[in-house]
Ligand binder design. Structure first.
Ligand SMILES: Cc1ncc(COP(=O)(O)O)c(C=O)c1O
Length: 467
């Protein structure tokens, strides 16, 4: 039996080309077979279809048609964020150029744990991370420029932020006491979870009845904390449920007054940095010690494309790690870049390639235009809801999230409407509990959505709400 071809090397291109045709064809046939934003029938039907199509996952003898079958099956059973009626989550439709770049990343397979596995990829990563850190913090002079690490997303960025906060305090004069996380109830669950993971005390979670962290509530909490122990406050620029931005400058002022460290989770809102029109909403972002960004949300990247921006690169020192096979002292002294301290992971994909391809291909104005488009869609949907006699709008959107509900429906009905649309494969809407009520959530991230699509979405909700 001949060896299967490789993706790179002298024969890689010729081997990939027909396979790519197969993949592209199967993506298309799968999408047509689905015919909507997600497969109809719910989990049982989809599981049965996948099982039937795939059969024995490790057969005694291979199946040359497996690629076509699997890609078709995955596409037929996908919740497709490129369908305008798929609008539940911060789950973006990836740009074609980013996805094509990701193919090159897979073919070349650089691994960013040592220079001898990723010579150009590591140089590219340094360029991109410094540029994006400068986007967050500006070009600060004097002193070492800000830096950023590439992560798998907002969760890993938030974990790293808390780890760096813990280590910064461990090496400061407050040595001996344990760092405490203070955040709003509106913060992403990955923050309290990171505190748990790192063995920190239970976080102080402040109520956020308006959906935003109130600076006076924070101030009172910081005053009332037992003992002088170190504190990291986590604020959010773009909440998961409502797309709201905490009052960043006021929170930063309270943190400074109490000597607390500040982390801002801008996993969602960070994309506004590219838009001249909306960037002012992020005023105060540069006051944070660390900032979570996530370009697989408002950045149109295939998963994964997270970053953690760090104002003071000295904060990254605790990540330093020595492993002789990857960064021996004599190799580093001889000038081979030491990459091991750039992540908690070892083997690491060059997710930076698709990000770089996107930044360079679209430029600031291209990305800014996408942000402005999806923001305009959110405003349009909100206007349609506000004008609708049987629907209630939660609030005008800040980012691209629109919360609404059938006016006279109970929470159980709202939940059932969402599930019915999912089960029928007609629409993917999210849910959020705010102000003591359950809302339907539309998160608009598809720049190609048209006004008619938004009207159709509301029509579906209306048509599936029992009177
Ligand atoms: C505000 C916020 N932070 C963090 C995350 C986690 O990001 P990821 O799913 O990329 O880990 C999310 C996810 O939706 C989020 O909305």
């Amino acid at each position: 039996m001949s060896s299967p071809p490789l993706a790179s090397g002298p024969d890689g291109t010729d081997a990939l080309r027909p396979l790519l045709d197969t993949v592209l064809d199967a993506l298309d046939t799968g999408r047509r077979a689905r015919g909507g934003p997600l497969p109809a029938g719910g989990p049982a039907a989809v599981t049965a279809q996948v099982r039937a199509a795939v059969g024995d996952i490790l057969p005694a003898h291979g199946d040359p048609d497996a690629l076509r079958t699997l890609v078709h099956t995955l596409a037929a059973g996908a919740a497709d964020p490129a369908d305008p009626l798929c609008a539940a989550h911060l789950h973006c439709p990836p740009l074609a150029v980013a996805t094509a770049a990701d193919l090159a990343a897979s073919a070349l397979n650089p691994s960013l744990d040592s220079w001898d596995q990723a010579p150009a990829a590591s140089a590219l990563e340094a360029l991109v991370t410094h540029a994006l850190a400068a986007e967050v913090y500006g070009h600060r002079a004097p002193g070492a420029p800000p830096d950023a690490l590439v992560t798998t997303g907002g969760t890993e960025s938030n974990q790293l932020a808390l780890l760096l906060a813990r280590e910064a305090h461990a090496h400061s004069h407050t040595h001996g006491s344990t760092l405490r996380l203070v955040c709003g109830a509106n913060a992403h669950h990955s923050l309290p979870r990171a505190a748990w993971l790192l063995g920190l005390p239970d976080p102080v979670v402040l109520p956020t009845p308006t959906g935003r962290l109130d600076p006076d509530t924070l101030d009172t909490a910081l005053r009332g904390l037992p003992g002088p122990g170190p504190v990291v406050v986590a604020a959010t620029a773009g909440t998961t449920d409502a797309g709201l931005i905490d009052p960043l400058p006021e929170i930063a002022a309270r943190c400074a007054a109490h000597g607390a460290r500040l982390h801002i989770d801008a996993a969602y809102g960070g994309g506004l940095l590219f838009s001249d029109r909306h960037r002012p909403l992020l005023t105060g972002l540069d006051t944070a010690h660390t900032v979570t960004l996530d370009l697989h949300k408002l950045g149109w990247q295939p998963v994964a494309a997270g970053l953690l921006a760090v104002r003071d690169p000295a904060d990254l020192t605790p990540l330093h790690q020595r492993a002789d096979y990857l960064n021996a002292d004599d190799d580093t002294d001889a000038g081979l870049p030491d990459l091991l301290g750039r992540s908690l992971r070892t083997t690491r994909r060059p997710d930076v390639l698709k990000i770089a391809a996107t930044l360079r291909t679209l430029g600031r104005d291209g990305l800014g235009a996408l942000v402005d488009q999806v923001h305009a869609h959110a405003r349009h949907l909100a206007a349609l809801v506000a004008a609708h006699p049987d629907l209630t709008l939660h609030a005008p959107p800040t980012l691209t999230t629109v919360l609404f509900r059938p006016t006279h429906a109970t929470d159980d009905t709202v939940a059932a409407v969402r599930r019915r649309l999912l089960a029928d494969g007609r629409a993917v809407l999210g849910r959020a509990r705010l102000d003591g009520r359950l809302w339907l959530k539309a998160t608009l991230l598809n720049p190609h959505t048209r006004p008619d699509d938004l009207a159709a979405l509301l029509h579906l909700v209306e048509g599936n709400t029992p009177r």
